[in-house]
Structures are given as C-alpha cells and as structure tokens.
Design a protein around this ligand. Structure first.
Ligand SMILES: Cc1cc2nc3c(=O)[nH]c(=O)nc-3n(C[C@H](O)[C@H](O)[C@H](O)COP(=O)(O)O)c2cc1C
Length: 178
C-alpha cells in the first residue's frame, strides 16, 4: 500500500512526530511504501479561495511545496495525519495542507483511507472531540474511509509520551494497516 504521512508540528522531536515515526516504522517494516511530508518545514501558503484552480485544470495559483505533495497524494491509498492539538483542533500547519486539497478535490475524492493521530496536554475525555468531529466530516466530504484514530491525551512533552503506550500503539497501527 502507498501511504502518505503528513505531520503538523514544528517540534522535530515532539510528541506527534514520535507517533508519526513509530507509525512509519511499523508500516515500512511490513513493506508499505511511505512518503512523509512535514508541513511545518515546508512552504504551504493558505488557500485564497480564488478559484483559479477551477478555471485552470485543478492547478493552484500558489507555487509551493504542495506541488510535490499533490502527486504523492493523488496515488496514495492511505493518508495519515499526525498533529498536535492547538485550541482543540489540528495545528494551522496541517490545516493549511488540508485546505489546499480544495484545488485537487476532483482528483483526491474517494478511494482512500485515512488515519488521524494527535497529541494533547489535556487528558479530559473530550480533549479530542473537536478534532475528531472535523476528521469525521472531512472524511465524509472526501469520501475517504476512516482507518482509525490514535489520540494521545495527557501528553504535553516528549518525555511524558515516551512513558506511555501511545508510541507502541502507533507502531502497531502502522504494522497492521490494510
Ligand atoms: C498554540 C498551542 C495550543 C495548544 N492548545 C491545546 C489545547 O487546546 N488542548 C490541549 O490539551 N493541549 C494544547 N496544547 C498543547 C499541545 O497539544 C501539546 O503540548 C502537544 O504534545 C504538542 O505536540 P508536539 O510536541 O508534537 O508539538 C497547545 C499547544 C500550543 C503551542
């Protein structure tokens, strides 16, 4: 299976990056092809809703890192998001990537699976509700299948998440994707 992993934190060694690393470790171990896109270290301009794309064969007016990601997404069987929780939803870096799907909706629609992984300081049982609802609605719109979620609550920093079983769960998730 071809998998695209999109991360959304500026912490290269942060909590959500650890989940992405472990997921990729599991997935590559069993032979999946994985392409990783670290949104915080790429140039991704926000969608302008200018609809240049609808008049220009799905090409975006912006010329930036999305050009290399779009080709990978078009042929991906699965898309995995790994984001820190910022104000009860995904980070701006990862949201900017998703908004830019707009230009390619016709190409990306249907026939993909998706996984959402997220980390948060809070440990209340509703900490991930905002993100989870967004994920559900987004999948409905894109007609992608929900292949699972991994929500690491109570994880403000690397040294904390390393003491939990979330990294192992991410690894197992990667190993067991179908
Ligand atoms: C701008 C900002 C907003 C945040 N908002 C929340 C929040 O709404 N709920 C929460 O539990 N944690 C929140 N956090 C904490 C992060 O989600 C948490 O520290 C996470 O582990 C960071 O992930 P990273 O190491 O991958 O960057 C916020 C952190 C920042 C910097």
């Amino acid at each position: 299976m071809k998998v695209v992993v999109i991360t959304g934190s500026a912490h290269k060694k942060g909590t959500s990056a650890l989940l992405a690393d472990k997921f990729m470790e599991g997935a590559t171990e069993v032979g999946h092809e994985v392409f990783r896109f670290d949104a915080a270290f790429e140039e991704v301009k926000p969608c302008l809703s200018c609809d240049y794309c609808s008049a220009h064969d799905s090409n975006c007016v912006h010329k930036d890192s999305m050009e290399k990601l779009n080709g990978e997404l078009a042929t991906a069987d699965m898309v995995v998001f790994a984001t820190p929780i910022y104000y009860y939803t995904m980070s701006a870096q990862i949201k900017a990537v998703i908004d830019r799907f707009h230009a390619k909706n016709a190409i990306f629609l249907g026939n993909k699976k998706a996984i959402m992984m997220a980390t948060a300081y809070g440990d209340a049982d509703w900490t991930m509700d905002g993100l989870d609802k967004t994920f559900e609605l987004m999948l409905g719109f894109l007609n992608w299948k929900n292949a699972g979620t991994l929500y690491a609550t109570g994880c403000p920093a690397r040294e904390v998440i390393e003491q939990t079983d979330f990294p192992k769960k991410a690894y197992e998730m990667g190993k067991n994707i179908k």
